[in-house]
Write a protein that binds this ligand. Structure first.
Ligand SMILES: *[C@@H]1O[C@H](CO)[C@@H](O)[C@H](O)[C@H]1NC(C)=O
Ligand SMILES: *[C@@H]1O[C@H](CO)[C@@H](O)[C@H](O)[C@H]1NC(C)=O
Ligand SMILES: *[C@@H]1O[C@H](CO)[C@@H](O)[C@H](O)[C@H]1NC(C)=O
Ligand SMILES: *[C@@H]1O[C@H](CO)[C@@H](O)[C@H](O)[C@H]1NC(C)=O
Length: 459
């Protein structure tokens, strides 16, 4: 005989067992001649609730404008300074003194990106990278800033030799011994993290006949199973991030976190840049923000929150390259939004109509409606874990499955988990990846049938 379930207990077990939601930041690139002055930009950031940014240098006007703003900032030592930084620690001492300690802590600098995508720098600066990172670190030590300010270096996804399937992720062999291993050793020793620039857009544009647009844009999709480890992916972005984790694991580094220092989607592109559009950019960036702020880590690293910097704050009219390069911005230089996306949980809350007088908004079922249910054959342990999460941190509305409520019967783990999973999924706007729960949930297109229980759909 099955034990009865006590849904009110589910909350008790959910306190610390799961990964936290991640953080959203934005890259403030300035390769343009028409951007607002830094103090106006800081005002815009505050108005939008953006409290994390990354810049590509240490511009004095920018760092000054950010002081006392409580906006955290990743600064950069640009590629053209790598050879000097590598050659001489008095260079990095001076750099840290004049560019960082002069502003810190009023300007909330929390990391230094040493170079950017150095392995693909046409000036061949790769050999300078590790010594430059070490010199920057030891200079930060001299000012006792090494604990508060992390040192890393954004790598492009092209550092990988293989990224599909995700579990086969590996670094390019010629980079491993000279730079990858020394860099991962350094990140491990200094308790820093790996900065990665990942653009599903590039993979999609190059393979639009093979990659589903829904998968690339975090929209509802049936998912892609990694044959190597059985994990199911609902977004190309997560698959790319996990390919980097897999590449590190292949070299036996398994405790270094990835932070995505750039990702984005252009709102305009050339004909050959398949998928570039305002609508797709809004989907990609908006769904990414929703995913990061409400979900856990990736399938391979569910306990490591997804921390992501969107690229970029503004359209930058002086960037070289194809049309798309000048159209990654979330804002036009006049500070108008290119498209509407949320940046904060508060923005997300206001996206959903609030129920009138306590009842859910009446949305007639439409052809595209979907629900999320539990796989009744999955291990009870996993279902309970998912249920705990949904009703706890997940913030699903689980009142209906409490004893005496409308969906308490049938009193089975499958029925209760399905109710909770669906509540969570609907609350998340049915974003891809939100009907997952460690692989024990799946999407259905017919209303679930559990006794007389009515499963909500829509908002
Ligand atoms: C500053 O930002 C942090 C989060 O980054 C927040 O916890 C803190 O409350 C903020 N402080 C002020 C004074 O707004
Ligand atoms: C390469 O280095 C030269 C000389 O320092 C510099 O003028 C040029 O801008 C650099 N190119 C790039 C792409 O960084
Ligand atoms: C970059 O320089 C190193 C030696 O400093 C050399 O081994 C390597 O082949 C160069 N790579 C390119 C692409 O020029
Ligand atoms: C809520 O219900 C009360 C009583 O039925 C009604 O007077 C009131 O206008 C309703 N409020 C809204 C926002 O619909």
């Amino acid at each position: 005989m099955a034990m009865p379930f006590f849904p009110f207990l589910y909350l008790l077990f959910s306190a610390t067992a799961h990964g936290e939601p991640g953080l959203i930041g934005v890259n403030y690139g300035r390769i343009a001649d028409n951007l607002p002055p830094p103090d106006k930009v800081v005002h815009l950031l505050k108005q939008q609730g953006i409290d994390r940014i990354k810049v590509y240098d240490t511009d004095a006007a920018v760092l000054t404008a950010l002081s006392n703003s409580n906006i955290s900032i990743v600064v950069a030592l640009p590629n053209h300074l790598l050879s000097s930084a590598a050659a001489d620690s008095s260079f990095t001492d001076n750099w840290v003194q004049s560019k960082i300690s002069n502003y810190y802590p009023a300007t909330k600098i929390n990391a230094v990106a040493v170079g950017n995508e150095v392995f693909v720098d046409p000036n061949n600066t790769t050999n300078f990278l590790i010594p430059a990172m070490k010199n920057v670190y030891s200079s930060l030590q001299k000012y006792n800033l090494h604990d508060s300010i992390k040192v890393s270096s954004p790598i492009a996804l092209t550092a990988l030799a293989s990224s599909y399937p995700t579990s086969s992720g590996s670094f390019k062999p010629d980079l491993i011994e000279p730079v990858i291993k020394p860099m991962l050793d350094f990140l491990h020793q200094t308790e820093s993290y790996l900065m990665v620039n990942a653009y599903p857009f590039f993979a999609y544009a190059a393979n639009s006949d093979q990659i589903s647009l829904d998968y690339a844009l975090f929209r509802e999709n049936s998912g892609v199973v990694d044959p190597g480890n059985g994990l199911k992916y609902f977004s190309l972005f997560e698959a790319q991030v996990d390919a980097v984790y897999a590449a590190m694991m292949a070299l036996k580094y398994d405790d270094i976190k990835v932070v995505v220092t750039e990702t984005g989607w252009p709102s305009i592109g050339e004909e050959k840049e398949v998928g570039a559009s305002k609508e797709n950019a809004a989907s990609y960036n908006g769904n990414l923000v929703r995913r990061v702020l409400t979900g856990r880590g990736t399938p391979l690293r569910p306990e490591d929150p997804l921390d992501v910097f969107l690229f970029a704050l503004f359209n930058e009219n002086q960037k070289p390259g194809p049309t798309s390069e000048r159209n990654y911005g979330l804002f036009y230089p006049n500070e108008e939004k290119v498209y509407e996306i949320p940046f904060t949980l508060a923005d997300m809350a206001s996206e959903t109509p609030t129920p009138v007088n306590g009842s859910k908004a009446q949305v007639p079922p439409s052809k595209g409606d979907t629900w999320c249910v539990a796989n009744g054959n999955a291990a009870a342990e996993k279902l309970r874990e998912g249920l705990d999460y949904a009703c706890g941190e997940g913030g699903a509305d689980c009142r209906a499955i409490q004893p005496g409520s409308t969906c308490y019967n049938p009193n089975s783990l499958e029925a209760h988990a399905s109710y909770a999973f669906n509540s969570y999924y609907q609350k998340m706007g049915r974003a891809s990846g939100t009907c997952y729960f460690g692989g024990v949930a799946y999407v259905v297109t017919q209303p679930p049938q559990y006794g007389n229980c009515e499963f909500p759909t829509g908002y």
